[in-house]
Every structure is written in structure tokens, then in C-alpha cells.
Design a binder for this molecule. Structure first.
Ligand code: SF4
Length: 184
């Protein structure tokens, strides 16, 4: 089961995925939307006006989207402030940090103890990412994500080797079905 803080909780979120992200008209989205602009179907109470019809209305991308719990965390961090721009930027950073945390925490479950101690390295990187996610919100805007992406990629490769089947690790970690956002 996924770590609880890495699960979307739309009832306790300012619908940040519907505001902070951008998307382009495609098979996944029916129109263009710029980052920082609320979706035209987003209602004042942060609910989606077409939530039950997203796929048939041309938004399978929304159905597949998973914030990995970044939405509620960014919403909490900026409650009582009025800086929507910073909140949106922080959400986009947290979304990456939370996805990496999800990948690494799931990898840690798969990883047996190994001579090169990949489990300890996983734990260390998880600790680093947790410190970023739990740290002061303004600091998120300064985070350089690239080294963390690189470190996670390298660790996942090592987990694949450690469990003896890289393809199985990639399938288990990279292509696991994503939960649709449980928007009420
Ligand atoms: S998926 Fe739900 S919890 Fe995540 S950002 Fe969107 S509305 Fe918020």
C-alpha cells in the first residue's frame, strides 16, 4: 500500500492540479490551458464540473493524473497566505518530489538486502526527499530537482539489478497503474 502522505486527497486540496499545471489540446485534453490559470470547468468550491464525464468529454489526461499527495501538502503549506503564484510553483516542485518518494519507497519494498547495500542508499535518498518535502515552503522554489531525478534513476537501476530482473522493476515501479484523482 502506498505511503499515506503520497496519496491524493482532493477533499483537502485547493484543486492545484486544475490551476498550477498547463496542458495542450491533444488526445488527453480537449483544449489548451496555461499554467496558473484555473481550468474553465473548475468550480468555486474547488470541484470539477465535469468530473464524472472527464473521459468522454476529452480529458483522459485528468483521469490518469496523480499528484502523489503534493496537492494537499502545498495547500496546507500556503493556507492563510495569498501568494497563489508561489503556491502553484511549490506544488509543481512537490509533485516531482512526491513522485520520486513514491518510486523510491515502493522500490525499497522490493529490494532485498544486498551486498552493495542499495537499501541503505534508498533510505538515505528518501530521507533527503522527505526533508525537502517537509521543509519550509519558500525553500521549495530554490530546489534543483535534476540531481534528485538522476539519483532516483540510478537507484532504481540498482534495485532492478538487485532483484535480478530490471524489466520487472521498471514494470513494477515505472508503469504501475496510476490512481485517478478521487475528486469528490
Ligand atoms: S489530484 Fe486531487 S489532491 Fe492532487 S492536486 Fe489534484 S485536486 Fe489536489
Amino acid at each position: 500500500m502506498r505511503r499515506p502522505d503520497l496519496v491524493p486527497d482532493c477533499g483537502n486540496c485547493a484543486a492545484l492540479c486544475c490551476v498550477a499545471t498547463s496542458f495542450e489540446a491533444s488526445d488527453d485534453f480537449a483544449f489548451d490551458k496555461a499554467a496558473g490559470v484555473g481550468c474553465r470547468y473548475l468550480m468555486r468550491d474547488c470541484r470539477c464540473a465535469i468530473h464524472d464525464e472527464l473521459a468522454v468529454r476529452g480529458f483522459p489526461g485528468c483521469v490518469a493524473y496523480d499528484c502523489y499527495g503534493a496537492g494537499p501538502r502545498a495547500t496546507r503549506a500556503f493556507t492563510g497566505t495569498h501568494d497563489a503564484e508561489q503556491r502553484n510553483e511549490a506544488f509543481l516542485v512537490l509533485r516531482v518530489v512526491h513522485e520520486l518518494l513514491w518510486l523510491l519507497t515502493e522500490a525499497a519494498k522490493l529490494c532485498p538486502s544486498s551486498p552493495d547495500d542499495v537499501g541503505a542508499q534508498l533510505a538515505l535518498e528518501i530521507e533527503v526527499l522527505d526533508a525537502i518535502a517537509r521543509g519550509p515552503a519558500p525553500a521549495l522554489l530554490e530546489v534543483d530537482l535534476r540531481p534528485h531525478r538522476d539519483a532516483a534513476r540510478a537507484l532504481l537501476r540498482r534495485v532492478g539489478v538487485a532483484i535480478g530482473d530490471r524489466r520487472r522493476a521498471v514494470l513494477a515501479l515505472g508503469l504501475a497503474p496510476r490512481a485517478p484523482p478521487p475528486r469528490p
